[in-house]
Design a binder for this molecule. Structure first.
Ligand SMILES: Nc1nc2c(ncn2[C@@H]2O[C@H](COP(=O)(O)OP(=O)(O)OP(=O)(O)O)[C@@H](O)[C@H]2O)c(=O)[nH]1
Ligand SMILES: [Mg+2]
Length: 440
């Protein structure tokens, strides 16, 4: 399908025990044959060959070479992988020899692009390969590997299949009105179905949003009046002395940030200046920043001092009412209030808070572990489909002709198909594959 063979270093460019130069294309085997002491002409797929990489008969490296034969390879083409002895210098030299003997340098993501264009995977799977490379925790890695295995197509297929059946049937109705054996579809028949599709799309989008935000980490703001132990709590959660703690009210004047994992939940924590009335200019600016951080919060941890609760706390409670929040009663070592979520930041007894956080996001964690759309591109297309479907419903409710309705249904269908790349749009491929690493 492609007229040239590509090559790249597939592993990181660091000194390591082994690194891999990868080639894909019709000439992959013949390019390597020109620089390899062992003849690979008749090598079958899934075989490994030992030998020397040679530069004008001079040995460069003692290597193992893996051969994959089209179409049973990652890209669907012949692939040869040269397992070199690590060092950046040697690996680059092997790559240069491949390039000097007929291969072309691969662009970022070109191997995966070829896999996609050769029909080895759909677009959502190709994107998932990239997500897997960049996954920094279990949750992200799990969802990426699900998608590599085709979970997104599984998620959307029932919807797109029933949608295309209806569209096809409407078209038959319009184009061949004389066919009596095909049921004549009316708004009354399609409307309940279209409403159900709209509902399903809404759910798919909602779940994807929940999943993406928990995978990215929860923006969490620690809020409270001065001296209640906010910074101490941040330090306890982070298990390090990141923020300054003193018994002077108004210690924290700027935003202090840190990221921490609580079970499977990642919190992007922000410690803030204690909120109260003040004439101090700097403290006032700090308080303003606290209030700004609150606006972006996906979780607010409201900290109270169990031994000293007053009307300033009441104000804070009222202010954070509409936010997803957890209220913690700190300094439980001094005083404990029955029936509250009690912690002691100073003695690092904060298990109750950790438990509450995991419980609060149990739903999202479950969703993130299941099959969902994975990124903004996919969610954006699902929204396009949802809007088109809503238009279809509205147009049926208004009693429009079926051939008008089918335009919206078609739009919804196209948007859904673009998620897996079955109706790819111009420029999209370049955009997606350029985010890849070289050699992938
Ligand atoms: N006994 C006890 N003291 C605590 C606890 N948590 C914090 N403190 C003390 O309370 C004082 C204030 O703690 P910080 O963590 O600085 O409080 P803050 O809310 O960040 O204060 P500001 O930054 O001034 O708004 C310090 O002397 C802490 O040692 C706790 O659980 N128990
Ligand atoms: Mg503080």
């Amino acid at each position: 399908m492609f007229d040239h063979t590509i090559a790249a270093i597939a592993t990181g460019e660091i000194d390591a025990a082994i690194s891999i130069v990868r080639l894909s294309g019709d000439d992959a085997v013949s390019v390597v044959n020109r620089i390899f002491s062992t003849d690979l002409t008749d090598a079958e797929g899934y075989t490994i060959h030992h030998g020397m990489i040679l530069d004008h008969s001079q040995p460069v490296d003692d290597v193992l070479v893996t051969v994959f034969r089209a179409p049973a390879s990652y890209t669907g083409e012949d692939i040869v992988e040269i397992n070199c002895h690590g060092g950046v210098f040697v690996t680059r030299k092997v790559l240069r020899l491949c390039l000097g003997n007929g291969a072309k340098m691969a662009r970022r993501g070109e191997f995966t692009e070829r896999a996609f264009l050769n029909g080895k995977m759909d677009l959502s799977q190709a994107e998932a390969v990239n997500d897997l490379i960049h996954a920094h925790d279990q949750l992200n890695a799990d969802s990426a590997i699900h998608s590599v295995k085709g979970s997104i197509r599984k998620l959307l297929d029932p919807l797109t299949e029933s949608l295309i059946q209806i569209i096809a049937q409407i078209e038959v109705n319009i184009d061949y009105p004389e066919y009596d054996d095909v049921e004549e579809l009316t708004n009354q028949i399609i409307l309940p179905q279209a409403r159900e599709w709209t509902r399903q799309l809404e759910e798919i989008i909602d779940q994807a949003e929940k999943a993406t935000y928990i995978r990215a980490g929860i923006n969490t703001v620690i809020l409270g009046k001065p001296n209640v132990g906010k910074s101490s709590l941040l330090n306890a959660l982070l298990e390090e002395e990141k923020a300054i703690v003193t018994d002077v009210a108004g210690t924290t004047r700027d935003i202090v940030e840190g990221s921490v994992r609580v079970g499977n939940v990642t919190l992007n924590l922000v410690d803030t200046a204690g909120i109260h009335e003040t004439d101090d200019v700097i403290e006032g600016m700090g308080i303003e920043r606290s209030l700004n951080a609150l606006k972006k919060a996906q979780l607010v941890i409201v900290v109270l001092d169990s031994s000293n609760i007053d009307e300033e706390d009441e104000k804070l409670m009222a202010m954070t009412e509409g936010y997803p929040r957890i209220i913690v009663y700190n300094k439980s070592d001094l005083h404990q209030i029955e029936g509250t979520l009690s912690v002691s930041a100073r003695t690092r007894e904060i298990d109750e808070l950790r438990k509450a956080i995991e419980e609060k996001f149990a739903d999202e964690l479950r969703i993130a572990g299941s099959d969902t759309l994975n990124n903004e591109r996919q969610i954006g297309l699902a929204r396009e489909a949802y809007n088109a479907m809503q238009d279809a419903v509205a147009s049926m409710e208004a009693g429009h002709e079926i051939d008008l309705v089918t335009i919206d249904l078609q739009k919804a269908y196209d948007a859904l198909k673009a998620i897996t790349g079955e109706a790819t749009r111009e420029g999209l491929l370049d955009e997606i594959f350029s985010r890849f690493c070289l050699g992938k």
